[in-house]
Design a protein around this ligand. Structure first.
Ligand SMILES: [Zn+2]
Length: 806
């Protein structure tokens, strides 16, 4: 016995045809081929449907659900109270919300207190453009003491909202979930570990509430497990999208204890790369471990006036609660002394649960995939199904759809936003489904067109191996750069290679080759289809190309099944072959038409109207010293409504350093009768060339924030203290080289102590404060019904500034 040294090209009929994929060799008769194609596609569709059904949110439980269960119906009653109106940190509305929370938690018999302090922001955040940032915060903290505690479990959400909206989802969802979980936990047997309910303040401003709790609350001193609950939209599955480092044990508990565990290690990698932050950031240090969960679809309403209780999908709320309660019970009874493991896990959802394996397997698996695909290529060549040249061409050409599909998706979105510029200010369109389907149809059209063009010359086998080779190589790249995402291409490449090997080695006349490649494609569907579906809301249509890329990778894994849709390669001559080629173009043409139609339907259906207004950004800034006022907008290509206020581009850094720097649209505005914040000198002492100024900055109206800046051409700031705490002195760019931002300033004012080295005579200080709401300003014309407000931290802001030489 010896291995044949030349390809087996003679023997039993049917004669093998060079370039024909193994799966199709048995299927020289068109009817059998069609049946096989139909069976394979039905199987894949069923697997895909199963994967997507698994992402559905649970049915919301009504208010009369059993006491030990989480009821979205009960939680929603709190949502309505919390999100009755906008309740930004420091506002009277937020005080009412806080009173409700305290009353609810005390009513459950929990030890409840308010942590009232001034705290710096967590980490270095994007919001710090104005300078060192602090806030006065009031966290509501309640404790359910454990029976034999091994550590603490913290359930965290923020109760403040943005200034522009009531925060019906963000984060009344998390806050009401925690109240309902607290209720369910107090009705059942007491957990072993302490459970601490932490409802934080000033998350939207600076994560200052969470930072204050993590850094200085006695209950946080020994650390513990943090479960943070968020919402960045109004619907969709709750995704566990962020973890502390070395998460394997946490993820294992999540997979076991959450009734609907949707989470992927890829999301953790994406989130680390995005500039977003939540309260969870404040807990990411040595003391704490934890999981961060949110639902994120329906992002169009995020931070806008439309984020109301009515906008909430109560299925998402139920999932938040089911998972939070399951995790609180499990962590409540787990020995918390050893939750860190030496590694991160790779994990992803599959129907019925969460697959997880240790992160150290990532690189070996990626290399194994490369080896198996290499073996498949070698055996494919040895069996005479593709020459070395064709295999090389297949590999090179498989890069075409991988590059073309994302590029085309981005161009499609460029075209759509050119037609509808208002989309530029939205995280996602109001009804994104049509555009998402258009992107998928476009990716399909590109893959099918590419396949129809290359299949006859290169052959199905070489193209299939070429596609798998790219998945395997991407797996190696990802394993090195973003290990948590490597499974996305490694596992489908492994499955594809194994399927191909089985198809090569089994009897070509039987059904096994088709079964093998279909099973391999099914693995790709299970892993990549949910990824595509979750990537759309995660990144928004502006980055739809990423979903298109993953869709094409899925198509490459399924290429042997796609091939069954095409007539037998090389099986026909003359007229028959011509007809076959024409037929092969059909699916590509159909997908291309679908892409155009779906994009058109999207434009037709998702029009701006009163319920789905075009977002606009406007603010007002006035110098109380000169009386000069301006309208300002962040819109780079102003909407018609905004265009009525702004006419040019400006940089406000010199006049309003509290607004940060960067270009804004601006236009002249009438002066309003508004007072600047008062700056008083409480003490002024000079010693050894250093001047120490004790100042009080007092807003003269209900302000959301106040800022104080120093012109560093008049003095160098050496040290700074705000409300008795020292803040970092980090130089800023521009004239105002030192700045402080104080969120939720108390009515009695803020005490600031600056130690400076004077440069020339008086020190120039610029004080600014800001509140929200432009309606009462002279010259403001209310928005028409179909014009709305951009969800941003500066929309509708009304800033007043003044320079004080001291
Ligand atoms: Zn928010």
């Amino acid at each position: 016995m010896g291995a044949p040294t030349t390809p087996v090209t003679t023997g039993t009929p049917p004669r093998p045809i060079p370039g024909v994929h193994p799966a199709s060799r048995a299927l020289t008769r068109p009817r059998r081929r069609l049946v096989a194609a139909a069976a394979a596609l039905v199987a894949l569709a069923a697997v895909g449907a199963g994967s997507l059904l698994d992402l559905r949110t649970p049915a919301p439980k009504s208010a009369d659900a059993p006491a030990g269960a989480f009821s979205a119906g009960r939680a929603y009653e709190d949502v309505q109270v919390i999100a009755a109106r906008s309740h930004v940190a420091g506002s009277p509305a937020n005080e009412e919300v806080r009173a409700h929370l305290e009353q609810q938690l005390r009513g459950l018999g929990l030890e409840t207190e308010v942590q009232d302090t001034v705290a710096p922001e967590a980490g270095q955040l994007s919001g710090a453009a104005g300078g060192a940032t602090v806030a006065r915060v009031r966290n509501v903290v309640a404790r359910l003491p454990g029976t034999d505690s091994t550590g603490r479990v913290f359930l965290v959400s923020h109760y403040d909202s943005v200034q522009t909206g009531p925060g019906g989802n963000d984060d009344a969802a998390g806050t009401s979930t925690i109240l309902e979980v607290a209720r369910a936990l107090t009705t059942g047997p007491r957990p072993r570990n302490d459970i601490v309910f932490v409802l934080t303040d000033a998350e939207e401003a600076c994560l200052c509430g969470a930072a204050a709790f993590a850094a200085s609350h006695p209950l946080a001193a020994d650390g513990g497990v943090v479960l943070n609950l968020e919402a960045r939209g109004s619907t969709g599955p709750v995704i566990m999208f962020e973890t502390s480092r070395n998460n394997a044990k946490l993820v294992d508990i999540f997979g076991r204890a959450a009734p609907h565990p949707v989470g992927t290690s890829f999301a953790v990698e994406i989130y680390r790369a995005l500039p977003n932050d939540t309260d969870f950031t404040a807990f990411l240090d040595q003391k704490f471990v934890g999981l961060n969960s949110a639902y994120i679809d329906g992002g169009a309403i995020y931070h806008t006036p439309l984020d109301t209780p009515a906008a909430m999908d109560r299925g998402s709320l139920q999932q938040h609660g089911d998972n939070a309660l399951g995790l609180a019970r499990e962590f409540g009874d787990t020995d918390l002394t050893d939750l860190r493991s030496g590694h991160d896990a790779t994990y992803f959802p599959v129907p019925g649960g969460l697959v997880r394996y240790p992160g150290w397997l990532t690189v070996p698996l990626a290399l194994l995939a490369v080896a198996l695909v290499g073996t498949l290529g070698w055996l494919t060549r040895r069996s005479g199904r593709a020459s070395t040249g064709r295999l090389a061409a297949g590999f090179a050409l498989a890069l075409v759809p991988i590059v073309a599909a994302p590029v085309a998706a981005q161009l499609l979105w460029l075209a759509i936003t050119t037609i509808r510029p208002g989309y530029a200010e939205l995280l996602d369109p109001y009804r994104p489904i049509w555009y998402r389907l258009a992107v998928l149809a476009l990716a399909t059209a590109i893959l099918f067109t590419w396949y129809a063009l290359t299949r006859r010359r290169i052959g199905p086998a070489a193209l299939a191996v070429g596609g798998l080779a790219w998945l395997a190589l991407l797996g190696v790249l990802l394993a090195v750069a973003v290990p948590g995402g490597a499974y996305l291409t490694t596992v489908p490449a492994l499955a594809g290679a194994l399927g191909g090997l089985v198809a090569l080695r089994t009897r070509q006349t039987g059904p096994w080759p088709v079964v093998a490649v279909t099973a391999a494609a099914a693995v790709g569907v299970v892993i990549l289809l949910p990824t595509v579906v979750l990537l759309f809301p995660a990144l928004g249509m502006a980055m739809g190309g990423v979903a298109a890329l993953v869709a094409v990778l899925l198509g490459l894994v399924a290429l042997p099944v796609v091939d069954l849709l095409h007539p037998q390669a090389g099986g026909q001559r003359g007229l028959l072959a011509l007809r076959a080629r024409r037929l092969a173009v059909l699916p590509a043409g159909a997908a291309a038409v679908a892409a155009v139609v779906l994009a058109g339907v999207g434009l037709g259906v998702d029009r701006f109207d009163a319920a789905h207004p075009a977002p606009t950004h406007l603010m007002y800034a006035m110098d109380a010293g000169t009386g000069q006022a301006r309208w300002l907008s962040h819109e780079s290509d102003p909407q018609p409504w905004t265009d009525g206020y702004v006419d040019g581009v400006t940089d406000v850094g010199d006049d309003f350093p509290g607004l940060g720097d960067g270009e804004l649209r601006a236009g002249p505005a009438q002066s309003a009768n508004l007072p600047a914040p008062k700056l008083e000198v409480l003490a002024d002492a000079t010693a050894g060339g250093e001047r120490t100024l004790r100042l009080r900055l007092t807003p003269q109206r209900a302000a959301r924030l106040a800022t104080l800046h120093v012109d560093t051409s008049t003095a160098t700031v050496l040290r700074a203290e705000v409300a008795g705490r020292s803040v970092p002195v980090e130089p800023r760019a521009g004239k105002w080289g030192f700045g402080l931002v104080f969120h939720a300033p108390p009515a009695e004012g803020i005490e600031v102590t600056l130690t400076v080295r004077p440069i020339a005579g008086q020190v120039a200080l610029r004080a600014m404060d800001a509140n929200d709401g432009l309606d009462a300003l002279p010259g403001f014309r209310p928005r028409p019904p179909a014009v709305g407000v951009v969800g941003s931290h500066s929309s509708e802001m009304l800033a007043v500034a003044r320079t004080y030489p001291i």
